[in-house]
Design a protein around this ligand. Structure first.
Ligand SMILES: *Cc1c(COP(=O)(O)O)cnc(C)c1O
Length: 473
């Protein structure tokens, strides 16, 4: 036996001998079913000891910043702590079951779907829910197709060609509307950052199919006139759509359905566990008022004589995703809601709102508008918001969402979420306030203390390298 620095070889015996034979002077695996040109004749694995390998992966794991490293106040995208128990529940062997199994053998799965439909309907004040759409944006698109089916069924499909969205709306709102074949009408916000009732009154009419709104809106401001807004839209024969990305400000306290919204999506990955940063899977169930229930995507789940059954709503728009949607994300949402209960959910929204207002009061950047709900939008003033974000990384915190919504110049859209304690909020405020005093040169050179320095974003987009390649000598 011969030992080299980090590996051992047995000279007396070839471990793989039974599987290898000789071809063109090279050893090849005889039982390989791969075509010759696809088989390797060498594999250059690095020659490493266990501690070297462990240190390598530990170092890699520390090069990124995540919610487990520190605060992550990414406004609107709500990267909050996602309790680990929801991952445990989703990892249970019974949680993922073949979707084609007969109904009588998957009663537990169907019960969970039924239960989640019910939880979400009650939380949103909606009459019926479909769990199918795989993201918030997909929920919007589904909701728009449901609205379209409704107007068509009323013989108004040809006439109602417009969807109105406020200028503070998330980009997916106008995109979903356009994808649904609608003309997008942008509604300018009033001075106070809310819906301008006069402008809305002038914009709605017999061509209006839908008004899409989120409440509190993307500035974190509650639309106090929501009942009047609903009246204006409904009087014109339009429907009111609720973008549920900000639902964590209302949980257990107020319900979109009670405000007059007819359709909504839930970003369960922003409100009920599942981290969605990095483009991971999410789910965007859609809830509707009674009059729209028959158009929801199929299948839904109902309970008949003690058993759970899938069914297709009478005039369903069809399927919008395979099987039950992004199933394990839904399992996590169910687990989260069941664990927190009514009290836990309303406690979460109270803390989300308290934390946003506390942080807004502690930072020196100008924060127009307010008081806020779960998030606020500060202005970086003369500084470039993107540079502020890069510099905040040097202070060991994740920056807020920047440059959006565009109605606040150099926007720093900040959402501390309900999970942070006062000490962490103060740490965030200190980072904001330190950066606020710095000059452009310092900001433009940031970040200095991160593993990767500032990347060339244009090249990153234009010269894509999608696979790993060893550097050539
Ligand atoms: C995140 C977000 C969306 C889109 O949701 P996805 O799940 O990311 O597709 C829509 N509207 C608002 C206000 C959002 O913050």
């Amino acid at each position: 036996m011969k030992y080299t620095q980090a590996k051992w070889e047995r000279e007396d015996e070839h471990l793989y001998e039974p599987l290898l034979s000789e071809k063109d002077g090279k050893e090849i695996a005889v039982n390989s079913s791969l075509p010759d040109e696809l088989t390797r004749d060498s594999l250059e694995l690095p020659d490493l000891s266990e501690p070297e390998l462990a240190r390598h992966y530990t170092r890699l794991s520390q090069m990124n910043y995540g919610i487990d490293s520190g605060p992550y106040p990414l406004g609107s995208c709500t990267m909050k702590y996602n309790p680990k128990f929801t991952e445990d529940v989703a990892a249970l062997p019974g949680a993922s079951i073949h979707p084609d199994r007969p109904e009588e053998s998957v009663q537990g799965t169907l019960e969970l779907m039924y239960g989640l439909q019910d939880y979400l309907a009650r939380i949103g004040g909606m009459d019926a829910v479909s769990l199918q759409p795989p993201a918030g944006a997909a929920g919007e698109f589904t909701g728009i197709l449901v609205a379209k089916a409704f107007h068509e069924a009323n013989g108004e499909g040809d006439r109602r060609t417009e969807i109105i969205v406020p200028d503070s709306a998330h980009g997916t709102n106008p995109a979903s509307a356009a994808l649904g074949g609608y003309d997008v009408v942008e509604l300018p916000s009033a001075e106070d950052g809310r819906v301008d009732l006069e402008a809305l009154d002038a914009a709605v009419g017999e061509t209006t199919a839908l008004f899409m709104l989120t409440n509190p809106n993307t500035l974190g401001l509650f639309e106090r006139d929501i009942e009047r807004i609903a009246e204006i839209v409904h009087e014109a024969g339009g429907l009111l759509y609720y973008d549920g990305a900000n639902l964590n400000a209302l949980l257990g306290r107020a319900r979109p359905g009670d405000m007059g919204f007819d359709i909504m999506h839930y970003n369960v990955h922003k409100t009920f566990a599942t981290p969605h940063g990095g483009g991971g899977p999410g789910a965007g169930p859609v809830g509707v008022a009674e009059k729209l229930a028959e158009f929801l995507p199929a299948p839904r789940v109902k309970k008949m004589n003690g058993t759970y059954e899938r069914f297709d709503p009478e005039r369903t728009i069809g399927k919008v995703h395979g099987f039950a949607g992004n199933w394990l994300v839904l399992v996590k949402a169910y687990a989260y809601i069941a664990r927190l209960g009514d009290e836990g959910l309303s406690d979460a929204s109270a803390k989300a709102v308290l934390n946003a207002n506390y942080l807004a009061s502690q930072i020196e950047y100008d924060v127009p508008h307010g008081p806020f709900h779960h998030e606020f939008v500060a202005s970086a003033g003369d500084q470039d918001a993107a540079d502020v974000a890069k510099r905040m990384l040097d202070y060991g915190v994740h920056p807020p969402t920047t440059k959006w919504p565009e109605i606040v110049s150099e926007a720093l859209m900040t959402e501390p979420t309900e999970i942070e304690n006062c000490e962490t909020l103060d740490q965030l405020a200190e980072a904001f306030n330190a950066v606020a005093t710095e000059d452009d040169e310092t900001l433009e050179a940031a970040p200095q203390r991160t593993t990767a320095r500032r990347i060339d974003q244009a090249s990153a987009a234009r010269n894509l390298r999608l696979s790993w390649q060893a550097l050539s000598e």
